[in-house]
Design a protein around this ligand. Structure first.
Ligand SMILES: CC[C@@](C)(O)[C@@H](O)C(=O)O
Length: 588
């Protein structure tokens, strides 16, 4: 099918030959000919997320070559361009602040340059939602190419998974079981190759979600970065995007409410990251789809855990891929009627068709729906006088934690704990081992000033480790609560993403150390047992202090961001939709 592409407004515009000359000439300096650009073929952007400071996505520098081959072979013209880097482990004060920046940058590129369709190169956590949010804003044909996880990490005959090994190593360090050198050795062993986290952390979660939404080719997300299939997937993705451009398959035909509900279901079945909550919300809102707070309980909570992958289970990414990856998990859900799979995907087939024959042959890795690893493994949504909304990842609640806090005879699903309140993580690190706090098993660690505005950006700090003395006594986890996030690789059953955050006067601003917090999973509530009059009195103390902005973007981010409950979006950006139809003015 031959159609007129938006890039032809630049390169083949008889009404503006003066401008066409200007647009064409500089592409020649790296060897593209005017004939190519004026051939009527689609210009396919490759949004390059890899760089030396985005090591999780660095594989895309190589994969892009195969994407280009695919695009050329299918009759398109590739144009690769860089994205704002995002590197979760290393970016201070938090990579979260860059999701909306990378989003905004990609929107500007896709809107302002002659690009007809785009390959989104995803990997590290926020590199996936930021690009899908932008594709939704443009509604330009788009396809996701995941970079893939690292190979499995091994040390001393045991699997060591990204992130999970760090949190466990920290606890062993605190207990005096290992020294600093061993800790670093564990960290190195967990990262044996190119790729993103080999656990079901936020990176693997978000790539799985992109696939569940129908935005990548079938089986794309779980292929480890160094495997040959990864390069082959890059080639096929390049070929496929040309067809999507030719047929004008827009993200809006794929990113429907049904697709997002399937993403919520799939996220529960894989034991996905709590960060998925805000990213799914953000992608849905940019796609103009309504996902409600209640949808997480209604569609997600009852879904069983099927995937035996860290941090909810035992294994890592290579085995997940060999077991069939995301399609094998979705097959199980499909067979049991949990999906709305009669919906379009980038393959050109429905999700239902994509899943045909995808049953796993590894039942140790992907458990049957009828006999799952855990029942009711989706996020639990809570509210009360501490916040309107927060979630708890039930798939990581250990038997030990359940027995201590949630299965007390006579008060099943309910616990009360004495709050120890920290204002940000510096305060936590400074005081957690202070004997004067007298922290014991009956305490809940509370952190505030860690949300989108307070931090700024919302940091992965809620999975606070108990004091060293408690860890030495064998207490691995205390209940924790906060207006920040936590690593998708953490096994902490925290109450997190609390909205509204303390910095905007949410209930967490008024809690004090020593207050009793009551969590009731039967009713979905979390409250401080402090009477209204006392809360009113405390409001006179003002909102707890949080750090000033250190850069211009931090200030802009703070003035535009919403709360995590609604995806921590740049709110004003939601007014802009279908930008690919809004052709920008000429520039000279
Ligand atoms: C340190 C980076 C991680 C592992 O926390 C993050 O990527 C996640 O999985 O949430």
């Amino acid at each position: 099918m031959t159609r007129r592409y938006r890039s032809q407004d630049w390169f083949d515009n008889p009404d503006h030959i003066d401008m066409t000359a200007l647009y064409l000439e500089r592409f020649m300096n790296y060897g593209i000919t005017p004939d190519e650009l004026r051939s009527g073929k689609p210009i396919i952007g490759i949004a390059q997320s890899g760089s030396d400071i985005s090591p999780c996505n660095r594989i895309h520098l190589d994969l892009a070559k195969r994407v280009r081959d695919g695009i050329r072979d299918a009759g398109g013209i590739p144009m690769e361009f860089p994205l704002h880097p995002i590197f979760e482990n290393c970016r201070r004060p938090t990579a979260a602040i860059d999701r909306n920046l990378a989003y905004m940058g990609l929107v500007e590129i896709l809107h302002g340059y002659p690009i007809d369709a785009v390959v989104l190169t995803t990997g590290c956590d926020k590199t996936t939602p930021s690009q899908l949010m932008a594709a939704a804003t443009l509604d330009l044909p788009a396809i996701v190419l995941s970079g893939g996880p690292m190979l499995d990490g091994w040390l001393d005959g045991e699997l060591v998974g990204s992130g999970a090994a760090i949190w466990k190593g920290r606890r062993r360090l605190a207990a005096g079981e290992i020294d600093n050198e061993k800790f670093l050795e564990i960290a190195a062993a967990s990262a044996p190759s190119a790729g993103h986290c080999n656990t079901m952390g936020t990176a693997s979660t978000m790539n799985a979600i992109a696939e569940a939404l129908g935005m990548s080719l079938t089986g794309c997300s779980a292929i480890p970065a160094p495997y040959r299939e990864r390069g082959q997937m890059a080639y096929e993705t390049g070929r496929r995007i040309v067809a999507l451009a030719e047929q004008d398959v827009r993200p809006s035909s794929i990113l429907t409410r049904e697709a997002f509900l399937d993403a919520i279901v799939t996220n529960a079945a894989i034991g996905g990251s709590t960060n998925a909550q805000q990213h799914i919300m953000a992608m849905a809102r940019h796609a103009g789809v309504e996902i409600h707070t209640e949808d997480w309980m209604k569609y997600g909570h009852d879904v069983p855990l099927l995937l035996n992958m860290q941090p909810s289970g035992k294994y890592l990414g290579e085995r997940f891929h060999r077991a069939g990856g995301v399609p094998a998990v979705m097959w199980e859900l499909e067979q049991n009627g949990l999906l709305r799979s009669d919906r379009a995907t980038v393959t050109g087939k429905t999700m239902k068709e994509n899943l045909v024959g995808k049953e796993t042959n590894d039942r140790e890795m992907i458990w049957p729906f009828a006999a799952p690893l855990k029942e009711k493994a989706g996020f639990f949504v809570l509210s009360g006088n501490l916040f309107d909304f927060a979630i708890m990842k039930t798939s990581v609640i250990s038997d030990e934690f359940r027995a201590r806090y949630l299965s007390r005879p006579g008060s099943e699903g309910v616990f009360e704990a004495r709050a120890i309140v920290f204002d940000g993580s510096d305060d936590y690190h400074k005081r957690i081992n202070d004997p004067a706090l007298d922290i014991d098993e009956d305490c809940i660690l509370v952190i505030r000033g860690a949300g989108p505005i307070g931090w700024p950006g919302s940091a992965e700090v809620v999975n606070m480790q108990p004091p060293d003395a408690l860890i030495k006594r064998g207490v691995k986890n205390l209940p924790t609560l906060g207006d920040g996030r936590q690593s998708g690789t953490s096994d902490s059953p925290s109450i997190l993403n609390a909205s509204p955050e303390s910095a905007v006067g949410g209930g967490l601003a008024w809690i004090r150390t020593g207050d009793t917090v009551r969590v009731d999973l039967n009713n979905g509530t979390a409250n401080m047992l402090v009477d209204e009059a006392e809360i009113e009195r405390r409001k006179g103390d003002g909102i707890p202090a949080f750090p000033a902005s250190q850069t211009p973007w931090q200030q802009i981010y703070r003035s535009t961001v919403g709360q995590m409950q609604s995806g921590a979006c740049m709110e004003l950006a939601l007014e802009y939709r279908n930008l690919r139809d809004v052709v920008p003015r000429h520039n000279h």
